[in-house]
Design a binder for this molecule. Structure first.
Ligand SMILES: Cc1cc2nc3c(=O)[nH]c(=O)nc-3n(C[C@H](O)[C@H](O)[C@H](O)COP(=O)(O)OP(=O)(O)OC[C@H]3O[C@@H](n4cnc5c(N)ncnc54)[C@H](O)[C@@H]3O)c2cc1C
Length: 457
């Protein structure tokens, strides 16, 4: 797209927004690209915020791109600036510094907001959520001050924080309203294997219980539970999920239903506005139904599609959903999204990975290393594994190519998944460019690609 007079405005400078800006340039867009970002930092990666809190700011604050890359790519970044309103009729983007930008198209990459608990004491100092780098700084300082720490919500972010706090030697309790943490995304079998890591590390897991109040006068000192128990707390981390940030889209007349409704090309119901990333509700071929995907990799990939489409290249977003989590030095990875009714197959193998929590358990079931698969009508739909990157690479190829698989073969530790996935397991050129595992991650000097979340080799 060689028209230099065009101006595209991207709202939100994170995984989806920056990926879109880079894709625009890759696809030859010659006009102006402006990224408006409410936060005042150079755009950064969010996944390390919950995993590297103990290592200090240099461990958890990683810029997505070096500062000079924005100039090299001719991307105008407006940090510490919030978009207040969009006017599709005037093609106007109103900023909180009083400026108005005029844009040929707008991409909304506004992400999600942390949910809070509507209970007494929720505003007390010491009751924290974790969404951005300011939250991470506040939480890191609280962890240095000591425990006890109460984590409300046994999702991935809550459990990652619990692991970091426990590794720092603090007393940690996780309060989970469901019967089992992570049962939703992982199913009961794999969820119990992950939560076993926490129990063996000494984290207290309280399930089927919720919070009625946070107590304290000038700072939180306790958490009152629905069963009447009172937990002492120096710090509370509320990790009870997120909600899509749709305020701008809704005010501009864009259809929103549990997120900004988009098609596979990132178009919304308003032709002037596209959307990508966590904020969207998308019709993804690997989801059982239209829905949201709240993972770094999806935001990078979908943002790249939005950039291509804005540059006039009709790509669609079909990349297999992927996420990872790190707890106690163990890496959980998952490809695909199972649905209720899918057949679950567990494969447990002897391993030489020594469990840091209990080295004596290495090789046995309690080692925690595992692979789990979900099949539907004889086809592999999803796979998850703890410390099993090589096998997951093969599983990814099987899922992407929708090859028929035999459940007994999947369950057997002697089956070479790579043989099942032949002839080719290589990712496409786009995926290869955007995905990189940390150990081979390119240094952030090229300025033309985004380091993805931890990827299988
Ligand atoms: C602590 C933490 C740990 C995570 N760990 C993992 C992980 O291990 N693996 C994984 O796959 N995913 C992880 N995620 C999720 C992952 O970070 C998100 O999926 C990803 O950041 C989504 O990117 P996004 O660009 O869609 O939105 P976001 O990253 O939410 O960014 C949206 C941006 O839009 C800006 N914005 C919003 N409204 C406006 C406005 N009106 N004007 C200007 N700017 C605006 C916001 O300031 C924000 O920077 C984690 C998230 C968090 C918070």
């Amino acid at each position: 797209m060689g028209d230099e007079t065009q101006h595209l405005v991207i709202v939100g400078g994170s995984a989806a927004g920056i990926s879109a800006a880079l894709a625009l340039r890759r696809h030859g867009f010659a006009g102006r690209v402006t990224v408006v970002e409410a936060g005042d930092e150079l755009p950064y990666e969010r996944p390390p915020l919950s995993k590297a809190l103990a290592g200090g700011e240099h461990a958890f604050l990683h810029a997505i791109l070096p500062r000079q890359a924005y100039a090299e790519q001719r991307i105008t970044l407006l940090p510490a600036t919030r978009v207040l309103a969009l006017d599709p009729d005037r093609r106007a983007v109103e900023l909180d510094d009083g400026q108005t930008l005029y844009a040929d198209r707008v991409l909304l990459a506004t992400g999600v907001l942390a949910r809070t608990l509507p209970v007494p004491g929720a505003e007390l100092p010491g009751v924290l959520t974790l969404r951005d780098v300011r939250d991470a700084r506040a939480l890191a300082a609280r962890l240095r001050a000591g425990g006890p720490v109460v984590v409300v919500g046994g999702g991935f972010i809550g459990l990652e924080v619990a692991a970091v706090a426990r590794e720092a030697g603090l007393d940690v309790t996780v309060v989970e309203t469901g019967a089992q943490p992570l049962a939703g995304p992982l199913g009961p079998v794999l969820a119990s294997r992950v939560t076993a890591l926490h129990e063996r590390a000494g984290v207290r897991l309280l399930t089927s219980v919720s919070v009625t109040a946070f107590t304290g006068t000038t700072h939180v000192t306790g958490v009152r539970l629905t069963d009447g128990r009172m937990l002492p707390a120096a710090t509370v981390v509320v990790g009870v999920g997120v909600r899509p940030d749709t305020a701008l889209a809704e005010a501009a007349g864009v259809l929103c239903e549990d997120g900004i409704v988009v098609d596979r090309h990132c178009h919304t119901s308003v032709p002037w506005i596209l959307a990508a990333g966590d904020a969207t509700n998308q019709p993804h071929p690997h989801l059982p139904a239209r829905g949201r995907i709240e993972h770094w990799d999806n935001a990078v990939q979908q943002g790249a599609v939005a950039g291509a489409v804005l540059a006039g290249v009709p790509e669609s977003h079909t990349a297999l959903p992927y996420f990872y989590s790190e707890q106690y030095g163990r890496t959980l990875q998952m490809y695909g999204r199972p649905a209720p009714g899918d057949e679950f197959v567990l494969r447990v193998e002897a391993t030489n990975v020594v469990d840091p929590v209990d080295p004596a358990e290495a090789g046995g079931p309690a080692d925690g290393g595992f692979l789990g698969f979900w099949t539907r009508a004889g086809v592999l739909i999803a796979a998850a594994g703890l410390d099993r990157p090589r096998e997951l690479r093969a599983a990814r190829a099987l899922i992407e190519r929708r090859l028929p698989v035999d459940a007994a073969a999947l369950a057997s530790p002697t089956t070479d998944l790579r043989a099942l996935a032949k002839p080719s397991t290589a990712p496409g050129p786009l995926a290869a460019r955007l995905r990189s595992r940390p150990e081979t991650r390119p240094p952030h000097t090229a300025g033309t690609s985004i380091a993805s979340s931890k990827e299988v080799p």
